[in-house]
Ligand binder design. Structure first.
Ligand code: DX5
Ligand code: ZN
Length: 245
């Protein structure tokens, strides 16, 4: 895909964190040929998280090799306002930053700047952050990111108790389209994510290590789509009940 769909559907975005980063373009092409919908690019600054990865210069080179595909930059950085221009200039479509990386007063300003730079806005929370803090921004952003590991490293264990946040978001904000889940998502834990109502699925090490990326990506997307279809039915049911009173 080259932009966010306006309807609710399953989208699989492999994280390239555990890829062979010296062959990033080839690794990315391999995942896209296997059916990935978008690429999730993990940017770390060594401050917000205790690790370093890639930044806008690498993403800019990757964009030259991979035109058109939707790039989601997961900004695990302090001062997220600092990189908006550079990341937009590198050809990124979605700037996903963390609510914990800045002060509440700054968040609105950052959201506005991201939009002015012509990118979609993703707002993420770490596992220990209460989901309520997202409420006042829900109508101004495009994607909510729920972390299911402490950000910083690939290959960690999925935190199933984060699913409650996703369920709550889906129930409380039916107008919210895109809920992204990131950390420890594999062929097993995808079931929980799908059932809770997540639709943008980030998966790093599980897809990198897979010998059948094609099949796995397809199966992940199918599980999500099926679950979303069933949930829609639930929502309609409760609306009907409401109307008949
Ligand atoms: C963790 C990153 C994730 C991570 C996902 O800080 O934000 O995107 O790379 O990798 P897995 O799926 O291996 O947890
Ligand atoms: Zn990530």
């Amino acid at each position: 895909m080259d932009s966010l769909p306006k309807q609710l559907k399953g989208l699989i975005g492999p994280s390239i964190l555990n890829a062979d980063l010296s062959a990033l373009a080839d690794e990315s092409r391999r995942l896209l040929n296997a059916g990935a919908d978008y690429l999730h690019l993990d940017v770390m600054d060594g401050h917000f998280v205790p690790n370093l990865t890639i930044g806008h210069p690498v993403i800019k080179c990757l964009r030259k090799n991979i035109p058109k595909v939707y790039f989601d930059a997961h900004m695990m950085v302090d001062k997220p306002e600092q990189w908006i221009e550079e990341i937009a200039g590198a050809g990124v479509n979605q700037y996903t930053f963390h609510i914990e990386a800045t002060t509440p007063e700054n968040i609105r300003d950052i959201i506005r700047k991201i939009k002015e730079a012509d990118m979609k806005v993703g707002l993420g929370i770490k596992p220990k952050t209460n989901v309520n803090v997202l409420s006042e921004f829900i109508n101004d952003i495009d994607v909510v990111l729920i972390m299911t590991v402490e950000p910083g490293f690939g290959g960690q264990k999925f935190m199933g108790d984060m699913m409650e946040k996703i369920r709550w978001l889906r129930k409380t904000y039916p107008q919210l389209l895109h809920i992204e889940v990131d950390g420890g998502v594999n062929m097993k834990t995808i079931q929980d994510c799908a059932q809770a109502g997540a639709n943008m699925i980030v998966s790093g090490s599980a897809l990198m290590d897979s010998k059948q990326q094609n099949k796995d990506i397809e199966q992940m997307r199918q599980l999500v789509d099926e679950s979303l279809k069933n949930r829609k039915f639930d929502i309609q049911l409760s609306n009907d009940q409401h109307c008949s009173h």
